[in-house]
Design a protein around this ligand. Sequence first.
Ligand code: HMG
Length: 391
Amino acid sequence: MNVGIDLIHFATADFYLGLDEFAQQKNQDPNKYLVGIGQEKMSIAPPDEDVVTLAAKACDPLLAACDSSQITAVFFATESGVDQSKSAGAFLHGLLGLPNRCRVVEFKHACYAGAAALQMAVNSVRANANERILVVAADIARYDVDTSGEATQGCGAVAMLVTANPRILAVEPGSGYYTEDVMDFWRPNHRDTALVDGKYSTKVYLNSLKQAWAYFQEATGRGFADIQHFCYHIPFTKMAEKAHKQLVKLSNVEQTDADTLAQTQPSQIYNRVVGNSYSASLFVGFCSMLDHYAQKAHDLSGDRVGLFSYGSGCVAEFFSGVLQTGYEAHLFTKSHLAQIAQRKPLSYDTYLAYYHQPQPTDANITFDTFHTGPYRLAGIQDHKRYYLKTG
Ligand code: HMG
């Protein structure tokens, strides 16, 4: 039985900060960002947007295209969750009006949690074909102002319906994973911004790819030539390019730089203008790749996609899937393009004002309306978060 992604939709915030504007503020050459790390813009969440509202926005069109009363579980992956105890998935479950006969849980391991949730969902469906699992990965990447990480912020959410006989991607059995206890990027409980040893983190990412790729080949018998498209975790697009070049080298493949880029660049288009969305980032890249070819009416049915997830700390996994015949009819390309196009640019000062808005504390707070929907965080009263459906 094939199991995998039946539907997939991604959402991001309504605002962005251009890295040209950012470079000007920081007295840097814009090419450091545009070329050096390969980023143009980063999506910025206003104070009344969090991972729950982003996730709900990602789920809306997907639920409208399926029978949501049949959903048996919600697996919510995030590292910017809103409560130490209650799953962000439970807030989402309420906002979306999902059935009560439903398991809901939050997954965490840095950016790896999205892939972990997807794999757990796939295995649950393999065990019971009646399961229809909503996997959501949502994150808001926040670093301290005036640190090297500041240019690599962003936010986004991806919703995936995981079922038997999926219409988009059959996830193949077997994968290669790798774990090592390292401190390359972390966020202690008392902080709302991440700490990072930036250069070290890029080295650990590449080493994890090397290890996961070796295990993937051993476990599946599949190699580089069996895979047509490569999607990587994308903290910034240059990282994915470096990753793919390393994989080409490790695989002893003779190909031009142009061929190497063609295998992975379509998956970078959205991430280049959205920024890092942590656990969602790999799947934003997957949407980017699918939509890129859909716009060219280039059918990829039967092609194999290699997916590499990396979560600092660190856990990594390389796995693969095969695109199903007729998958293009089930994409949300127009919605993705419209969302990215309708975002409003922020000045650096407005970005800073959003950034410095009081984060949820013990105080009661009502948020001004910064964005119009379809969901927003209205306020916090008696330590409880209140959400509104506005769209
Ligand atoms: P930095 O110090 O700001 O930048 O740090 P830099 O000076 O190293 O420059 C970056 C690149 O731009 C260099 O190229 C420069 O040569 C080039 P490279 O040596 O890397 O090939 N450059 C230029 N190119 C053209 N024209 C110019 C120019 N100037 C410089 N004028 C760093 C960069 C990525 C370290 C920083 O942004 C950072 O700390 N980011 C956050 C950490 C991160 O994203 N790490 C990625 C791996 S870890 C990961 O992916 C997990 C993560 O998503 C979290 C999770 O798992 O939850 C982060």
